[in-house]
Design a binder for this molecule. Structure first.
Ligand SMILES: Nc1ncnc2c1ncn2[C@@H]1O[C@H](COP(=O)(O)OP(=O)(O)O)[C@@H](O)[C@H]1O
Ligand SMILES: [Mg+2]
Length: 317
């Protein structure tokens, strides 16, 4: 198998509205390697969830994947994503109740998921469900409990067990800890990371939180207005960001090991454009201190396999 488990090639997602065609994702490409955690970060509305939805074939009408292709294990899945959804690629959402049926015992839900995706007997599935719960730190006796009897953090642990149960190669986790207390957030992310590393399962971790990116991911893609602004090794991107937007995100993130608590935190002026008012050229140019003429006219491609910024062409960053 090729090095890449998943290859997203030049995808666009468009919405036909009475104001015209809106592009929620514009010519986005990214890869996920086997066993790695790829973070997707950006402000609200940047297209993070849409990227996950596009991969899983879960774009709500009238939205559609209007161009590009998605390859999973070297096979094109963009025409039939349901062939891999749920077992090869499973998902975790921000709200555990999106994944759990409130009216059914969690054990029944786990066993059903396992039986749907794996060719094993019911007693084996029950054994697997018990093991799955144990691994996420929940006593197997809780198989008979209903979702509402768990705290938010425990519920998200159940969802992790549910996502891992079919032994997927890739998990798309969309803001899996955003609804949780900060102390619980770290526990859940550590657990997800540990279990996936043990199994060699890849993760696409969607978050708006640079702290989560720094703590959890191997590589990171920065999204801005439906386009990829920067992508690379997390450490490199965070310590030496090439795109002015990434720089702004990094500089506006508090760090305990720096003097940033003494200084006031940097803020990127302005806000992300709405889809029906996209600037010409680089979508970030109206907020960018470095913008020049070309930035207002031409959309920059990803240069040097790293950032979509014309400054890179002249080696200025
Ligand atoms: N049904 C829809 N019609 C039009 N635009 C939509 C629809 N759903 C999402 N969008 C737009 O797609 C863009 C990306 O949204 P999303 O992926 O949810 O952002 P994120 O997860 O980064 O916060 C946003 O501009 C959003 O307004
Ligand atoms: Mg989202």
């Amino acid at each position: 198998m090729a090095e890449n488990l998943l290859e997203v090639r030049n995808i666009s997602v468009t919405f036909k509205t009475r104001y015209g065609i809106l592009k929620a994702l514009d010519n986005l490409s990214l890869n996920v390697k086997k066993g790695e955690i790829l973070g997707l970060v950006g402000e609200s509305g940047a297209g993070k969830s849409m990227t996950g939805a596009a991969i899983l074939g879960l774009i709500d009408a009238p939205g559609q994947l209007s161009s590009g292709e998605i390859f999973y294990k070297d096979e094109c899945i963009s025409d039939a994503p349901e062939a891999v959804r749920g077992h090869e690629i499973s998902m975790i959402f921000q709200d555990p109740l999106m994944s759990l049926n409130p009216l059914r015992k969690i054990g029944d839900q786990l066993v059903e998921t396992i039986l749907t995706h794996m060719n094993i007997s019911k007693s084996e599935a029950i054994k697997k469900a018990k093991n799955g719960l144990k691994e996420v730190g929940i006593d197997p006796s809780r198989l008979n409990s209903y979702p509402h009897t768990f705290s938010g953090g425990m519920r998200q642990r159940v969802v992790i067990a549910l996502a891992l149960a079919p032994e997927p190669s890739l998990i798309i986790a969309d803001e899996p800890t955003t609804a949780l207390d900060v102390s619980v957030q770290a526990q859940i992310l550590d657990l997800l990371k540990k279990l996936c590393k043990e199994r060699g399962t890849s993760i696409i971790l969607v978050t708006h939180d640079m702290g989560v990116i720094a703590e959890t991911t191997d590589r990171v893609g920065v999204l801005y207005a439906g386009r990829l602004a920067e992508i690379g090794n997390t450490r490199e991107v965070l310590t030496d960001p090439k795109h002015p937007y990434t720089r702004g995100l990094v500089e506006s993130t508090p760090r305990i090991d720096s003097n940033s608590f003494k200084k006031s935190l940097f803020q990127i002026p302005g806000s992300m454009p709405k889809l029906d008012a996209m600037p010409s050229g680089c979508a970030f140019h109206p907020r960018c201190a470095f913008a020049s003429d070309i930035c207002t006219k031409k959309i920059p491609p990803i240069l040097h396999k790293r950032a979509a910024c014309w400054l890179l062409e002249n080696g200025e960053l």
